[in-house]
Design a binder for this molecule. Structure first.
Ligand SMILES: [Zn+2]
Length: 488
């Protein structure tokens, strides 16, 4: 039996996030950074094609996006930073180097606080630095043999790297860290955070050590995880693999492994001996950055209320449950829409929350809308709720109406169009009550014989007969009136 058997182990995880910065142009040239639907190699110029002699020019918006990210994560922004060349060769990198930051990054020493498994976790942020994206290789077998095509539209798109301290202790914490990080980037508007489209990517470092410190496993880097779920699955697999290896013979090679989604395993990609030597040196074509206090203050003034603070405020200010507040603050636009609907009428907050969470989000999902989009405006929801309060619409009719509401259409107009307005105090309602009484003689006899509960069935039948347009209180009153009157 090895020395490791019988010991208690813990998992140590640190994450590196690469996020594309949402800017109009690329990092070091004027080409459009919006390449999603572009023909290959149409958003290029001598700078992002890496042609000799082309001179890069810094994108101020990209720097400020990364600065804002650092501030949202509580980082310091040092007064001086510089850019460095990271040298390596690959077909998607025509320059043969990336302009990145090595020893003096833009932001340092932050923290990300998030909730995981009901507990608040504080994970250190080592640094946030700026760099540029590479091109893309497209592998094809339908153009005369197996070929790899190069598309350089993405080459030079602004990218930031957010390096986290190895403060995470489980795959679940790693997933929740990423969810919280992505939420912040979307809140401050610096990145779409879209993982499927590659705008938000993650590499993980994971190792195992015994709690008493007597056994410390080597760090393994995991790549190629393309969703939050993939990150959690890959790390869970790796955690188990490393524990078994340590208990069996105590040795884990330091290496880079790739997650193979289809097989649910990680496989070795390269060992420490094959690791790159990037031979960083200061970028000679760009001046260092002097970040003065006025610039920091100006960028800092753009920081909005962040998700955790907003969640806490929704609980204290509107009396919402933490769950509901979490759902409503998951996306900034959704939280904005909630507050715009509530307006000055604080008393309506719980009701507005219920409408958005129970009806709005389900409807948005069914229509394939983005997570931050609702299929109605604050004005529409306010009018709908007012119509329910005024007994012009029953709750049931209002819920039926919502999915049929046209863009910009008044809910009252829609109710007329769909014949959903309440039938209160009119002949149609009296007729419906009379028809119900005639069709349910047994219930009538029960009620008149003293079984007052029989009225429940009569109310239900009447409401059904009106297509949900009758107000239950009005129906009850009319039924009692009719039942008592003829009981002489
Ligand atoms: Zn360009």
């Amino acid at each position: 039996m090895s020395v490791a058997a019988g010991l208690q182990f813990e998992t140590v995880i640190g994450l590196e996030v690469h996020a594309q910065l949402l800017t109009r142009s690329k990092m070091y040239c004027g080409c459009s950074a919006d390449y999603a639907n572009a023909e290959p190699n149409t958003h290029t110029c001598p700078v992002c094609l890496g042609l000799p002699g082309a001179m890069p020019v810094m994108n101020r918006a990209a720097i400020e996006g990364a600065m804002l990210t650092g501030m949202a994560l509580g980082c310091e922004v040092p007064a001086f930073c510089k850019l460095d060349r990271k040298n390596y060769g690959y077909p998607d990198l025509p320059k043969g180097y990336q302009i990145s930051q090595y020893d003096l990054p833009l932001c340092i020493n932050g923290v990300l606080e998030f909730v995981s498994g009901g507990e608040t976790v504080r994970a250190g942020i080592t640094r946030v630095h700026i760099e540029e994206d590479t091109g893309r290789l497209v592998h094809r077998s339908d153009v005369g043999g197996d070929v790899s095509l190069v598309d350089l539209n993405r080459s030079g798109v602004p990218l930031m790297e957010i390096v986290g301290e190895p403060d995470l202790r489980s795959p679940e914490q790693a997933r929740d860290y990423l969810i919280a990080m992505r939420q912040i980037l979307r809140y401050i508007g610096v990145s779409t955070g879209n993982m499927e489209e590659g705008a938000f990517r993650c590499d993980a470092n994971i190792s195992i050590r015994s709690v008493d410190g007597s056994v410390v496993g080597r760090k393994v880097e995991i790549k190629n995880m393309n969703s939050f779920r993939a990150v959690e699955r890959a790390l869970r697999y790796e955690e188990q693999r490393q524990r078994e290896a340590i208990v069996a013979d105590g040795v884990i090679p330091q290496e880079t492994r790739g997650w193979v989604e289809a097989r649910g395993v990680t496989v070795s990609q390269r060992t420490k001996e094959q690791a790159h030597d990037y031979r960083y040196f200061p970028e000679p074509d760009l001046p260092p950055l002097n970040v003065d206090a006025a610039w920091i203050a100006e960028v800092g003034s753009r920081l909005p209320e962040l998700p955790a603070a907003r969640l806490a405020r929704f609980v204290s200010e509107y009396g919402l449950s933490a769950d509901d507040a979490g759902t409503l603050t998951a996306e900034r636009k959704l939280a904005d829409q909630f507050e715009a609907t509530v307006g000055d009428d604080r008393g309506s907050a719980k009701s507005v929350a219920n409408w958005i969470i129970n009806d709005g989000l389900g409807l948005a999902r069914a229509r394939g809308l983005d997570a931050d989009q609702l299929p109605f405006t604050p004005e529409q929801l306010r009018e709908l709720m007012a119509a329910v309060s005024a007994n012009e619409l029953t709750m049931r009719a209002a819920r039926e109406l919502l999915p049929q509401l046209g863009e910009g259409e008044s809910p009252r107009e829609a109710a007329k169009r769909l014949n959903l307005l309440s039938l209160d105090d009119n002949d149609a309602l009296s007729a419906a009550v009379a028809a119900t009484l005639a069709a349910n003689p047994a219930a009538v006899v029960d009620y008149r014989g003293g079984k007052k509960a029989a009225i429940g069935r009569l109310i239900g039948e009447t409401i059904k007969a009106t297509g949900g347009r009758a107000n239950p209180d009005s129906v009850r009153a009319l039924l009692i009136e009719a039942l008592e009157a003829d009981n002489g």
